[in-house]
Design a protein around this ligand. Structure first.
Ligand code: GDP
Ligand code: IMO
Ligand code: MG
Length: 424
């Protein structure tokens, strides 16, 4: 059985927790898109792991982890991730495979990301400044791209870096007045990345197909959320990869037809980090209540997350484009204490009600949410393990959302720990 887990909102839905739990049934967990912009949290006992590039199966010592071709890898972040796990006696040796075709995020990518965001001022996208956009741009542009396989031939890489850094210095200097970067320094870093990471490099497409043929079970782990998808999200306020499940086949070379189950992850409300339209946003006491209770601060950047009501128009769209079979809803516990809850069931745009999400930022900015109001609950849910032990209003909330999005909610999160999960 192969499955794929993706976020159905704007990221941070709780994918890390869900992947960690489902990884118990799997042999291999694969990251296939995005980069160190992701922050996936896994909480085990008193330990809290924030994974940026390593798949969320890494914490399980027998799970094979693959970073497939669609990911952009910052070697610094990846090396740190491997070292941090080693400090907890979790070794990645012999069970981490990094595609030789992943593109490498280098200092000039992060610098360009930072300079561009600064120059845009109030029009900035609110990126994570992890160099994601500039690295994917180099991938598409081809001429100045560096892939993991390039670390194998350091002599050739040294010459290429000289050309690339010369070009970057000219562009960043002319556009932003940036100080020039030193190609030799970047090359020296690449040498140390080669020492550390070359033992993990492999042809991951061959590896995955061989594994599938021999009956291994694979879990594909999405990063970001479907509404941040480059082609199908709220462009330009998106990330630079196909972060819905549509990005999975291209991101790892395994066709979607070989995936038995697509699992979508949502929060019981909505959050978004960075700029862009957010029709159900609550810039008020309710939003602050959710932020405080749900600890809604970015795993990667620490930024406060924007918070709002559950949006069934947006989630139904993500379900539809992602061929989602079932849904895991996290953070139900966070809503406790709110007298009433609102669920967005349609948008009003130019006086007309619409239930199909318009992935067009101009239209979305004009959309006002049409809500249904349902009663809340006061009880603490963090110890509940059975759906029927939830307060009736919480059960009804889940069932109403199932009706609106047309898919069963089979996993419910009532806290960050593995044990704080209800299966139906
Ligand atoms: P991801 O990017 O989708 O993996 O999500 P993040 O890790 O960035 O953010 C989700 C946050 O919610 C993390 O701090 C998790 O530990 C936490 N979390 C996950 N599920 C639940 C839940 O059901 N309840 C609560 N209260 N916290 C949760
Ligand atoms: P996980 O995997 C939430 C957002 C950024 C910004 C936009 C573009 O943890 O869910 P980028 O750095 O990708 O160029 O930023 O995308 N973003 C995320 N928001 N969770 C993420 O990842 C995100 N990755 C990128 O905040 O709005
Ligand atoms: Mg996250």
């Amino acid at each position: 059985m192969n499955s794929c887990v993706v976020g159905l909102q704007w990221g941070d839905e709780g994918k890390g927790k869900v992947v960690d739990i489902l990884a118990e049934q799997c042999d291999i967990v694969v990251r296939y898109s995005g980069g160190a912009n992701a922050g996936h949290t896994v909480v085990i006992g008193d330990d809290r792991f924030a994974l940026h590039l390593l798949p969320s199966g890494s914490i399980r010592p027998d799970t094979i982890c693959v970073i497939a071709n669609g990911v952009v890898v910052d070697p610094d972040v990846l090396s740190n991730g491997i070292d941090k796990l080693a400090e907890k006696d979790i070794s990645m040796d012999g069970r981490l495979f990094i595609s030789e075709n992943v593109h490498v995020v280098l200092d000039y990518h992060k610098k360009e990301d930072q300079l561009r965001e600064k120059a845009l001022g109030k029009n900035k996208l609110g990126t994570t400044i992890r160099g994601i956009g500039p690295c994917y741009a180099d991938k598409v542009g081809r001429s100045y791209a560096v892939r993991m396989a390039d670390l194998r031939d350091l002599k050739k890489l040294k010459a290429r870096l000289k050309t690339i850094v010369e070009y970057k210095n000219k562009v960043l200097g002319a556009v932003y007045g940036a100080e020039p970067m030193n190609a030799d320094e970047i090359f020296e870093k690449c040498k140390s990345y080669a020492d550390k990471l070359l033992p993990f490099i492999a042809d991951t497409t061959e590896y995955l197909h061989t594994a599938i043929t021999s009956g291994k079970s694979i879990l594909f782990e999405g990063a970001q959320g479907s509404l941040l998808d480059l082609d199908h999200g709220t462009f330009p306020f998106v990330t630079s990869s196909n972060s819905s499940s549509l990005g999975m086949p291209a991101g790892c070379g395994v066709p979607a037809r070989l995936v038995d189950k697509f699992v979508g992850v949502v929060k019981a409300y909505s959050t978004r980090v960075g700029a862009g339209p957010f029709p159900t946003e609550q810039e008020n006491e309710t939003g602050q209540y959710i932020r405080d209770k749900g600890n809604e601060y970015g795993t990667t950047t620490g930024r406060p997350r924007r918070c709002g009501w559950f949006d069934s128009v947006a989630v139904s769209y993500a379900v539809t484009i992602g061929a989602i079979d079932s849904v895991a809803m996290m953070h139900l516990d966070t809503l406790a204490g709110l007298k009433e809850l609102k669920i967005c069931m349609a948008y009003k745009i130019n006086g007309r009600e619409k239930t199909f999400f318009p992935a067009n930022t101009e239209k979305l900015l004009q959309a006002s949410a049409v809500y249904e109001t349902v009663p809340g609950w006061d009880e603490d849910l963090s110890e509940v393990t059975d759906f029927y032990d939830l307060p009736v209003n919480a059960q009804d909330y889940i069932c109403r959302i199932e009706e609106l999005i047309g898919r069963p909610i089979t996993v419910i999160g009532v806290g960050p720990k593995r044990s704080q999960t209800i299966f139906r």
